[in-house]
Design a protein around this ligand. Structure first.
Ligand code: GLC
Ligand code: GLC
Length: 663
C-alpha cells in the first residue's frame, strides 16, 4: 500500500500496520454504519456504492486522520464521528446529485473542457438577492459562462463582515439575500442551463458571533478549544516571532484581546475572524459536517478559502504546513465518499512554489493562478514579457487531472507573488521591482496609465498590494477622464489582450463580473464606515444594468461598453469551439522579441499558436519562428479570420493578440 498518505516516508512495515488498523477499525464501525442506513432507509444499491467507495478511500483516509490525530486520547471516538457524518451526508444526498456523482466518477476531468468559462459576482451587488439572480441566468448564458462563483452568501456578523468572509452560520443564507430554499432553486436553474455553481468554504475561521465562538466567550472550555485562545501574551509572542501580518493596517500582530472572554484569540485576518483550531479533531468533524451540507445544496466547485493558514505550529510561519495539506486531503477523501461530483478549488495566494503543492487530484483539483495574474499585469507595466516567460516556462505545468483557474482581477487585491530568483535570473531586483509595480499601479509612476490604489501598505516592511478594477488598472478611467481617445483605444486593447491570454493559455478562465463592461473604480465605499478601511471595495462596484440597454442601441455612437462586451463575448464563443484550448498542454516558443508572448496550445490533434503583443507599438515576429512553432506555412487568426503566410514577417498591431490555426 505505497502512497497511503501520499506524504511522509513510511516504511512498508509501517504501511502494512496502518492498513491492518484501518481495516479492523472499519470492521468495528460497520454496525454504526448499518444504523445510519436503517435510519434513512437507504437502498441496498446506495449502500453498495458507499461500500465500493470505502474500499478505495478508507485506508488513505484512515492514514491521514491517524497522522493528524492519533495522539489524541479520544482518536477512535472522532474517527467514528467522522465516518458517521460522512455516511449521513451521503444518505441524505438527493437522487439528482447522486446521478451527477456517477457521471463525474467516470469522467473526473470534465472541468478541463474548452467549454468551461467562469464568472464571479456578489449577489447583492449584482441583483440584490438570490431570487432576482435567477432571472439573470439568461444573461450568463448569453455571455457564454458555464461556471458561476457566488461570493460568500451565508449569514454573517452585523457591521463589517469582510465581504461575507466572517460567517456566523454555515446553514443559513444572509437574510437580505434569501434562504437556503432560494439557493437550491437557483442551483437547479443553473444546472438546467449547464452552469456549474461555485461557492466558498470559509474554513480557516468563523465570525466572532458564530455559535462556537459565543460558547467560547461564555467560558465553555470545549469550545474555547475550537479556536486558539491564550490567557496572556506569552505564547502569542512566541508565535509572533515567525508570523507575517496579513492586514497590518487593520491591526498589528495576529492576536486579538477579547474582553468578555478575558483571553487572547488568534485572528490572522480581521479581529472578528477567529481562526479555527484544526489540531482539534472535533473541529475537523464539525467543519466536515458544514462542508457536506454545502455540497448537498448542489454545489459543483468549492472554493477553499485561505488554505495556507489552516495549521499552526510553534517556530514556523504557520503557513503552508504539511498538516494543512493533510487536512485538505482528508476532506477530499471524505468528499469522494459522500459527494464525489464536488471539485475543490484552492485559494492559496502565496509563493508559486507553495501554490502548486495544493494542486493534486487527491487534494485540490483546481487552483487560482495568482502568479500568472500578477505577471500579466507586470508585463503590461513593463511592456516586456521576460519575467512572464521565465516563470511560465518553469511553473505552468500541473499534475494530471488538475487545472488552473486563470483570472485577471477578483474581489481581492493584487499581490506581486513572483519568485525572487526567477526575477534575479533575468537581472531584476525583486524588491525594487515590486516597489516599481506598486508605484505604477497606484498611478504614482510618471506616465502610468493605471488608476489603482494601495492596499495594506506596511510601512515597516514597505510591503504593499494594489486595489482597482481591471478597466481602471488598464487605463480606461484615466483616458475617459482626460477625454483621450487614443488612451481609450489602448485601454480596451489591453483588456482584450489579457482576456485573450486567460481564455487560451490552459485552464478555466474566470471573469470577475463587471469586466465584461469595463467597469471603473467605485470610490463610494469611503462613505460606508463598515467598508471605508478596506480599499478592496473600490473594485467591487454595483452592476449597472443600464449598460445592457446600450448593447442594442446601434445608433452609431461608438459605445465603449458595447465594444468591450461584444468583443469578450465573441472571444469566449471562439474559445468554446476550439478543441486545442481544452486541457493544460501549453508550450512556450521563443519569439525573439522581448515584447511578445508566444505559446502553442495542443489537445489531441488540434493546435493553436498564440502570440500577444504587450506594447502600444507594432511588433514583428520572425516568420520562421511561427513556421517552426506552428508546423505550417499558412495560418488563420481565429479572432478575425485574417490569414498569415510565413513568407514575410508577421506584423502585430499595438496590443494585438493572434490565435493562429494552421490552414
Ligand atoms: C480570502 C478572501 C479574502 C478574505 C480572506 C479572509 O483571502 O479571498 O477576501 O479577506 O480570505 O477570509
Ligand atoms: C492574504 C491571503 C490571500 C488573500 C489576501 C486578501 O494575502 O493570503 O489569500 O487574498 O490576503 O487580501
Amino acid at each position: 500500500m505505497i502512497g497511503l498518505i501520499d506524504y511522509g516516508t513510511d516504511t512498508q512495515a509501517e504501511l502494512d500496520e496502518l492498513s491492518f488498523q484501518a481495516d479492523l477499525s472499519l470492521q468495528r464501525l460497520k454496525p454504526r454504519l448499518e444504523q445510519v442506513w436503517e435510519q434513512y432507509s437507504t437502498s441496498d444499491e446506495r449502500q453498495k456504492i458507499f461500500e465500493t467507495r470505502l474500499r478505495e478511500h478508507w485506508r488513505p483516509l484512515f492514514a491521514q486522520l491517524h497522522e493528524l490525530y492519533s495522539g489524541r486520547y479520544d482518536f477512535f471516538y472522532h474517527l467514528e464521528q467522522v465516518l458517521l457524518t460522512c455516511a449521513l451526508a451521503f444518505a441524505q444526498r438527493s437522487e439528482d446529485l447522486c446521478e451527477i456523482d456517477r457521471h463525474r466518477v467516470i469522467e473526473p476531468d470534465w472541468f478541463q473542457s474548452e467549454n468551461v468559462v467562469g464568472g464571479a459576482l456578489y449577489v447583492d451587488l449584482f441583483s440584490d438577492n438570490l431570487s432576482r439572480l435567477r432571472e439573470h441566468v439568461g444573461y450568463f448564458k448569453d455571455l457564454g459562462l458555464t461556471y458561476l462563483h457566488l461570493m460568500p452568501l451565508f449569514a454573517v456578523r452585523p457591521g463589517n463582515n469582510d465581504g461575507g468572509y466572517a460567517i456566523s452560520n454555515y446553514r443559513t443564507i444572509a437574510p437580505s439575500l434569501g434562504t437556503v430554499e432560494d439557493l437550491k432553486l437557483l442551483a437547479d436553474d443553473l444546472r438546467e442551463a449547464g452552469i456549474s455553481l461555485v461557492l466558498d468554504f470559509v474554513f480557516n475561521h468563523t465570525s466572532d458571533d458564530h455559535e462556537w465562538a459565543q460558547r467560547a466567550q461564555a467560558g465553555q472550555r470545549e469550545y474555547q478549544e475550537f479556536y486558539y485562545t491564550f490567557a496572556d501574551r506569552s505564547v502569542p509572542e512566541q508565535y509572533e516571532r515567525n508570523l507575517r501580518e496579513i492586514f497590518p493596517t487593520v491591526r498589528r500582530g495576529n492576536f486579538t484581546w477579547h474582553d468578555g472572554m478575558g483571553r487572547w484569540v488568534w485572528t490572522t485576518f480581521n479581529s472578528f475572524q477567529w481562526d479555527l483550531n484544526y489540531s482539534n479533531p472535533a473541529v475537523f468533524r464539525a467543519m466536515l459536517d458544514e462542508m457536506l451540507f454545502i455540497a448537498n445544496l448542489g454545489v459543483d466547485f468549492l472554493r477553499l478559502d485561505a488554505v495556507a493558514f489552516i495549521w499552526k505550529q510553534m517556530g514556523t510561519s504557520c503557513e503552508n504546513l504539511p498538516q494543512a495539506h493533510l487536512v485538505i486531503r482528508a476532506f477530499n477523501r471524505l468528499v469522494r465518499l459522500a459527494a464525489p461530483a464536488l471539485v475543490f478549488k484552492s485559494e492559496a495566494i502565496v509563493h508559486p512554489d507553495e501554490v502548486v503543492k495544493y494542486i493534486d487530484k487527491n487534494e485540490c483539483q483546481v487552483s487560482y493562478n495568482p502568479t500568472l495574474m500578477a505577471l500579466l499585469w507586470e508585463s503590461l507595466a513593463t511592456r516586456r514579457t521576460d519575467l512572464l516567460v521565465r516563470t511560465l516556462s518553469r511553473r505552468f505545468s500541473l499534475p494530471d487531472g488538475t487545472s488552473w483557474v486563470n483570472y485577471l482581477r477578483c474581489h481581492d487585491d493584487i499581490g506581486w507573488t513572483f519568485d525572487d530568483d526567477d526575477a534575479a535570473s533575468i537581472g531584476i531586483n525583486a524588491y525594487d521591482h515590486r516597489n516599481f509595480l506598486n508605484a505604477f499601479y497606484s498611478g504614482q509612476f510618471e506616465g502610468s496609465f493605471a488608476r489603482g490604489v494601495p492596499f495594506q501598505h506596511n510601512h515597516e516592511t514597505g510591503d504593499m498590494r494594489i486595489s482597482g478594477t481591471m478597466a481602471s488598472l488598464a487605463g480606461l478611467e484615466r483616458a475617459i477622464e482626460q477625454e483621450d481617445e487614443e488612451g481609450k483605444e489602448l485601454a480596451i486593447r489591453r483588456m482584450m489582450l489579457l482576456h485573450g491570454v486567460t481564455l487560451s493559455i490552459g485552464g478555466i478562465p474566470l471573469l470577475y463580473m463587471g469586466e465584461e463592461w469595463g467597469m471603473l473604480n467605485d470610490y463610494s465605499f469611503t462613505t460606508d464606515p463598515a467598508k471605508a478601511g478596506d480599499s478592496r471595495w473600490i473594485h467591487r462596484p454595483r452592476m449597472k444594468w443600464e449598460y445592457l440597454e446600450e448593447l442594442d442601441d446601434e445608433s452609431g455612437r461608438d459605445s465603449i461598453r458595447r465594444r468591450i462586451f461584444r468583443s469578450l463575448q465573441s472571444m469566449i464563443a471562439i474559445r468554446k469551439r476550439t478543441l486545442a484550448f481544452a486541457g493544460q498542454e501549453m508550450k512556450l516558443f521563443p519569439t525573439g522579441n522581448h515584447h511578445l508572448l508566444g505559446y502553442v496550445r495542443s489537445n489531441e490533434a488540434s493546435n493553436v499558436v498564440v502570440v500577444a503583443n504587450f506594447t502600444e507599438h507594432a511588433q514583428v515576429l520572425d516568420a520562421n519562428r511561427l513556421r517552426t512553432a506552428g508546423l505550417g506555412r499558412f495560418f488563420k487568426n481565429l479572432l478575425n479570420d485574417v490569414e498569415y503566410g510565413t513568407a514575410e514577417p508577421v506584423l502585430l498591431q499595438p496590443y494585438e493578440l493572434l490565435w493562429l490555426k494552421r490552414i
